[in-house]
Each structure stands twice: as C-alpha cells, then as structure tokens.
Ligand binder design. Structure first.
Ligand code: TMP
Length: 233
C-alpha cells in the first residue's frame, strides 16, 4: 500500500507548486508517485470542475455545490486514488475531504456533521496518512491568485471562489473602507472563515496535519515539505 498525502490551503497558498516539487523529490528517491487534484482528478471530475469553478450561466446553490464536490470525490477515490495506493504508489492530492469541511462547512456554513457523513461516504472512509496545510493571510493569498490569473481573459481567469469577498477587499484598497476594520470583517468573510476552519481542523487532528507557513519563499517551503515526507518514508 502506498502513502496518501493531501495538500490543503486557501487560495494562492502555494500548494500546487509544492505538490510538483514534492513529487519530483519522491521520484528521485525511486518512489512511484501519482499527482492528482480535486475537483477534476478523473474524466467525470473534469466535467464537474468546469461546472463548479466556472462563471457559467446557471446559478449553483451551496447545497448543490456540496453534492457536486462529493460526486467528484466519490469517482476520484474509486477510479484513481484507491487503485494507485493498492499498486504501491504514493498519491499526492491537491485538496481532499478537508477542503469540503473548510469551504462548504466553514465557508458556506453548511452543516458540518452532515458533511462529515458525506465525506465518509464519498471517500470510502479513506483518510490521508499526512495532510500538509499551507497557511497564509487571506489578502496575501488572494493577491497571489490574482497575479496568477493576470493576463488571462478577465472573466475566464478567476473562478467562482476567487471572486468571493473581492468587492470588500477592493473597497479597502480604494480607501472606501478603513483598513482598521479589516480584522473585524475577517470572521464574516468567506475566505477568512475558510482559513480559520482549516486551522481548527488541524488542531482537531494534530497527528495527521502539519501546518506550513505558506508565506515563506518556495525553497524554504519545499524543504519543510520534504522534511515531513521524510518522516513518512
Ligand atoms: P483549485 O484547483 O484552485 O484548488 O480550485 C478549486 C476550488 O474549489 C478552490 O477555490 C477550492 C474549492 N473547493 C471547494 O470549495 N470544496 C472542495 O471540496 C474542493 C476540493 C475545492
């Protein structure tokens, strides 16, 4: 059985860059690795991802959104993750069930107990051996995400999640809201609740989670990730 490692964090936390570096590091050590992501780790998942992230013409309520993430995961676990682990591959997954608790539970305020039951169903009760949580202040992450999508057609570039809270941050930057009020706003904001949610999930399961400072430079973060992977080897 291979090891299952998940990479979690808010927008622009650097996890996607780090997953590639971690996969290279493991391959150099002769370990077979599968890099995958949610939503979108299977052909069905890629269709669901399009619906979920994209601006599209139809509304998506919080409940439908939750079930679409669960459908993506149910297919991903059965079609991709479990077979790879059974072959002895290490599976590095960009977001997994914790993302649903953080985004749909803390972010959208859907019922956490129901999400846990749904996660259990969609994952066949599979739990990661290790979860790396890339933590950084919300504004810094959204700023990075904005840079990443700069130059792409504006409406096509940012996804539905990146657009959340945008107006408030813009009004603060433009001086229409005072910076001093930001800490007060934070717990009301979607992305602020997600960050707090992830940190509380990490506190609940300290043996599984490692919190990494996502604001550090790429090489510093890479070394820390490799250090945690070494402990699993
Ligand atoms: P990403 O590929 O940039 O990580 O985009 C996926 C988006 O979907 C991101 O904003 C987080 C969100 N998401 C959820 O809201 N719930 C989930 O369960 C997952 C896996 C992702």
């Amino acid at each position: 059985m291979g090891k299952f490692v998940t990479f979690e964090g808010g927008e622009g936390s650097g996890k996607t860059t780090q997953i590639k570096l971690a996969a290279d590091w493991l391959r150099e050590r002769g370990i077979p690795v599968l890099e995958t992501a949610e939503p979108g780790g299977t052909p069905l998942g890629r269709k669901i991802r399009e619906i979920l992230l994209n601006r599209g013409s139809c509304a998506i309520g919080a409940e439908a959104e939750l079930l679409l993430f669960a459908a993506d995961r149910a297919q991903h676990v059965r079609e991709t993750i479990l077979p790879a682990l059974a072959e002895g591959q290490w599976v590095l997954c960009d977001r997994f069930a914790d993302a649903t608790l953080a985004y749909q539970g803390f972010g959208r305020r859907l019922d956490a107990a129901f999400i846990r039951t749904l996660n259990d169903f969609s994952t066949c009760s599979l739990k990661p051996d290790l979860t790396l949580l890339f933590d950084l202040p919300v504004e810094a992450g959204l700023e990075r995400a904005k840079k990443r999508t700069a130059g792409i057609k504006p409406k096509a570039a940012e996804d539905r999640f990146e657009r959340e809270d945008k107006e408030l941050y813009k009004s603060i930057r433009d001086g229409r809201q005072t910076q001093l009020l930001l800490p007060y706003f934070k717990s009301f904001l979607f992305h602020g609740r997600i960050r707090e949610g992830y940190l509380s999930l990490a506190a609940e399961e300290p043996e599984r989670f490692r919190i990494i400072n996502g604001a550090a430079d790429i090489e510093t973060v890479r070394r820390e990730v490799c250090h945690h992977l070494t402990a699993l080897l």
